[in-house]
Design a protein around this ligand. Sequence first.
Ligand SMILES: NC(=O)c1ccc[n+]([C@@H]2O[C@H](COP(=O)([O-])OP(=O)(O)OC[C@H]3O[C@@H](n4cnc5c(N)ncnc54)[C@H](OP(=O)(O)O)[C@@H]3O)[C@@H](O)[C@H]2O)c1
Length: 323
Amino acid sequence: MKAIRCETYGPPEKVVRITEVPTPSPKEHEILIKVHATTVNDYDWSLVRGKPYLYRIFFGLFKPKHGLGMELSGTIAALGAKATKFKIGDAVMGDTADFGFGSFAEYISINEKAVVQKPQALSFEEAAAIPHASCLALQALRELGKINEGQKVLINGGGGGVGTIGLQIAKLYNCEVTGVDSQEKLAMMTSLGFDHVLDYKKVNFTKAGERYDLILDCRSNKASLSYLKALNPTGRYVSIGGKPFNLIGLLLWGKLVPLFSSKRLKILALKSNIGLEYICDLLAQQKIRCQIDGPYPLEDAGRLIQYFGDAKHKGKIVMTTNP
Ligand SMILES: NC(=O)c1ccc[n+]([C@@H]2O[C@H](COP(=O)([O-])OP(=O)(O)OC[C@H]3O[C@@H](n4cnc5c(N)ncnc54)[C@H](OP(=O)(O)O)[C@@H]3O)[C@@H](O)[C@H]2O)c1
């Protein structure tokens, strides 16, 4: 089978290549999935370059030890001896991050818990595009953010994969939503439904004088305590990612702030696929929609990882094994 491999750190277009490898056989609790679609994520961009360098503690000190690709949709081609959740031919989808990655391939053998049934109403391209970003958005807003009807919400990085789904979830709660992103994305964000948009190069939302009940931050890059100024007295700030140094600050201040304030600073640790069935229902009922860039052939993975890193994509970059 064809698989995308990266055996050394470097620029994606140089180090990512397509190779011919044996098709894996499923172990006891695994299923063999014929991959139809997969997507490019921040993970792939960081893994290929081994940056930020701190991540090499997890990725491998001198070369990547994980496979590329986390989201997928496909059909079950074979079952391990003790795999009971699906039958051959079932269409499935999921975020494989908790079970070992490696979806940039024609087939993947993975624990059956890594995927859920794909609803018929979703195409394979849509199904691959939603597990990661939508679960990040849902878990950040609902579990940590405790989102409530009619709240005033700000999404920093609102024009990205998580932000655009986050907006649509917040709108289900009739929230007034402000989105912060680069100038080029503001028109698209307004058309998607953001009530207010801010250009992060022109406005520092923590100093603009507005207060929010809930802030979802996809790019934490400010001093932890500055977020308190932008929160209402019982407001909650939830980070899903950012610069490692800022995240360490948030982790520490997140423990200390409750000692003197009713505001909260939280960091999300994603639990793969938790809430995915709920998101699938919303998509099937057309209450939310996902934005797809592509589909492109899997062979273009190196170029597309660079395209992701250059922030030229509009929506989720989807690749298919049989375009
Ligand atoms: N918590 C967890 O367990 C977990 C797990 C996996 C991933 N993550 C994190 O989830 C995040 C992925 O979010 P995503 O998929 O939405 O990424 P994305 O699609 O790349 O979107 C991020 C958006 O933020 C914008 N942006 C860049 N710099 C900004 C700034 N200074 N202020 C405001 N906006 C800015 C980007 O604009 P440009 O495109 O113009 O740069 C982009 O539109 C990453 O931070 C990743 O590390 C977290």
